[in-house]
Design a protein around this ligand. Structure first.
Ligand SMILES: Nc1ncnc2c1ncn2[C@@H]1O[C@H](COP(=O)(O)OP(=O)(O)OP(=O)(O)O)[C@@H](O)[C@H]1O
Length: 474
C-alpha cells in the first residue's frame, strides 16, 4: 500500500493509524502547541480529542497564533509503508539540475551540523557545503510518502522567486531524500509574531505584501500552497520572508478545483471543509494571517477542532469594536474582502496587492512621503513633526468594514514619516494618492458582498474560553 501524505486527495479512512499513534498526536498537542493534527486525521481524531479537549492548554500566548498544524506525527506513516514504493518511478520529475541521485552521497558534499527544525516528516539540519563553505538547510523526507516527489517538484518549479525557499540539491538514499535548501536563519514568522504581539499597520503591511507577492507568484505558476500560516513563513537574517513547506501544495490549472481536506485548521478556508476549492483558499489563510498580525489573535477559535471549524463556517467577525477601533478602515476592509466565505467575492492575490491599504503603506513614494505642515510653513520654523499622511479611504457605503476612528490608520510618525522623509508639496501628495487609489480595481459586486451571504463577520469568543486566554490580545 502506498501511503498518501498529508493533504493528498484521498479518503482519510484509507490512512491507517493505530490508536497509539492517535494518542500520541493528542498528547503532543498538550506538550507542543505547534504540532497537532492534520485535517486528514480530523475525522479519526475528533472522537478521541473530544474526550480531552477540555484539558488542552488553549490559553497560552502561543496557542492563540500557532493554529493547528498539518500533518500526522513523525513516524506515523513510515512503519506502514514499504520505503520507496511509488516514489522511485516519479523521481524522474525532479529537475536534473538539483537531482544528485543515489550515486552522490550528501556526506561527500556537505558537513552536517545541528538540527534546526522539526517537521512532521523528519528533521531539518544545518549543513555546510564542503566546496563553497556556504550554509544550507537540509530537510530529510522519508520515502513512502506519495507526495514527497510533489513537494520536491513544486519547490523546483517555484525556485528562483525571492519569496520562495530555493532548493539547491536533492540526494536520494534507500529510505529517504535529502533536500538541500537555502538557509533561512531568521527563524519563523510565527516566532517573531509571538515576540512582537500586535504589529503596527506599517510593519504588518510590509510583511504582508511580501507574503502576498509570493502567494500571487504561486498562483500565477499554477500552484496552490494550501498551508499558508506563519509557521511556514521563514525569515532570512535580513528579515525577508520566504515561503516554505510545500508538502501540501498542489498544481492547479485554470478553472480546476481541488478536493480533500488539507491545511491547518485555524487557517483553513470554509470551502475546504465542504468540498471543492481553488487557489482562493490561500487568500483566506492569508486573511487569517493578516488578522493575527493586526490584532494578535486568530479570528476563528475554539477549544476543539469541531468548534474551530464551526467558527470558520459560521462566526461573524466584528471589525467595528474592541481592538478594531484602533485599526484603520482600509486594513479592516482588506481583511473583510479576504475573509469572505463567498469564494467568488473573495479577492484575488493581485487585488490584494492593489488594495489601497497595501499601496499606502508599502509604495516607496508613499512611505517616504511627507509634506510640510501648514503650521510649520506659517511660522517659518523648522518643525521636525511632519503632517501625517492620511491612509486611503474607501467608500464606507461599499464596505462593511467601517471605522469609528477616522485618523487611526495613519502611520505613526516614528515608524513611517521620520527625519529621513523628504518634503514634497501638496500636489505631489495628491498625485501619488490618486495613483494608489486608481490602481485598485475591485468590482462592485465584490465590494458589496464583502462577507458573503452571512453578512458582516462578528468576532465571537467560545463560551469555554476566558478573557485571559484566547480572546485577549497579547
Ligand atoms: N530553509 C530552511 N531554513 C531554516 N530552517 C528551516 C528551513 N526549512 C525548514 N526549516 C525549519 O524546519 C522546520 C520544519 O520544516 P518544514 O515545515 O519544511 O517541515 P514539515 O515536515 O513539512 O513540517 P510541517 O508539516 O510540520 O510544517 C521549520 O518550521 C523551520 O523551523
Amino acid at each position: 500500500m502506498r501511503k498518501k501524505r498529508k493533504g493528498s486527495e484521498t479518503d482519510a479512512s484509507k490512512n491507517v493509524q493505530n490508536e497509539d499513534e492517535l494518542g500520541q498526536t493528542c498528547d503532543s498537542r498538550s506538550s507542543n502547541i505547534r504540532s497537532h493534527y492534520s485535517l486528514e486525521d480530523y475525522s479519526r481524531l475528533k472522537k478521541k480529542c473530544k474526550e480531552d479537549a477540555s484539558t488542552q492548554p488553549t490559553g497560552s500566548f502561543k496557542s492563540r497564533l500557532a493554529g493547528i498544524a498539518t500533518a500526522p506525527p513523525c513516524g506515523a506513516s513510515s512503519s506502514l509503508v514499504p520505503p520507496g514504493r511509488g516514489l522511485k518511478r516519479k523521481i524522474g520529475c525532479i529537475d536534473v539540475n538539483t537531482q544528485m541521485g543515489r550515486k552522490n552521497k550528501i556526506e561527500e558534499d556537505y558537513v552536517k551540523f545541528d538540527v534546526i527544525g522539526h517537521g512532521k516528516f523528519g528533521s531539518v539540519w544545518l549543513c555546510k557545503s564542503k566546496v563553497s563553505g556556504v550554509e544550507f538547510a537540509c530537510k530529510i523526507l522519508r520515502k513512502g510518502e506519495e507526495t514527497v516527489h510533489r513537494e520536491v517538484e513544486i519547490m523546483q518549479h517555484l525556485s528562483g522567486h525571492p519569496g520562495v525557499v530555493t532548493l539547491h540539491a536533492v540526494y536520494e538514499e534507500a529510505e529517504c531524500f535529502h533536500l538541500v535548501m537555502e538557509l533561512c536563519s531568521g527563524g519563523r514568522l510565527i516566532d517573531q509574531m509571538m515576540e512582537v504581539g500586535q504589529y503596527s499597520e506599517q510593519r504588518a503591511a510590509n510583511i504582508f505584501k511580501d507574503v502576498m507577492l509570493v502567494i500571487k507568484y504561486c498562483h500565477d505558476m499554477g500552484v496552490v500552497h494550501r498551508d499558508i500560516k506563519p509557521e511556514n513563513i521563514l525569515l532570512t537574517t535580513s528579515g525577508k520572508i520566504k515561503l516554505a513547506d510545500f508538502g501540501l501544495a498542489m498544481r492547479i490549472s485554470n478553472g480546476q478545483t481541488l478536493s480533500g481536506l488539507a491545511g491547518s485548521p485555524a487557517y483553513v478556508a470554509p470551502e475546504v471543509l465542504s468540498g471543492n476549492y481553488s487557489e482562493k483558499v490561500d487568500i483566506w489563510s492569508a486573511g487569517v494571517l493578516l488578522h493575527a498580525l493586526l490584532a494578535a489573535v486568530l479570528p476563528f477559535k475554539g477549544d476543539s477542532l469541531e468548534t474551530v471549524f464551526d467558527a470558520i463556517k459560521n462566526v461573524k467577525l466584528d471589525f467595528h469594536s474592541g481592538i478594531w477601533e484602533t485599526i484603520s478602515k482600509p486594513a479592516r476592509d482588506l481583511m473583510a474582502r479576504m475573509l469572505t466565505r463567498d469564494v467568488s467575492a473573495r479577492i484575488t492575490a493581485d487585488e490584494v496587492l492593489r488594495h489601497p491599504w497595501i499601496l499606502f503603506y508599502t509604495e516607496r513614494t508613499l512611505r517616504t512621503l511627507t509634506i510640510k505642515s501648514k503650521l510649520k510653513s506659517q511660522v517659518g520654523g523648522s518643525s521636525r513633526h511632519p503632517v501625517i499622511l492620511p491612509g486611503p479611504e474607501l467608500d464606507e457605503s461599499k464596505t462593511d468594514a467601517g471605522s469609528r476612528h477616522e485618523d487611526s490608520h495613519a502611520p505613526s510618525s516614528s515608524e513611517s514619516l521620520s527625519d529621513k522623509s523628504e518634503e514634497q508639496d501638496d500636489s505631489g501628495l495628491v498625485d501619488v494618492l490618486a495613483v494608489a487609489i486608481s490602481n485598485v480595481r475591485i468590482s462592485e459586486p465584490k465590494r458589496s458582498r464583502l462577507c458573503g451571504p452571512t453578512g458582516p463577520i462578528e468576532q465571537q469568543c467560545s463560551s469555554n474560553m476566558t478573557t485571559n486566554n484566547l480572546c485577549r490580545a497579547f
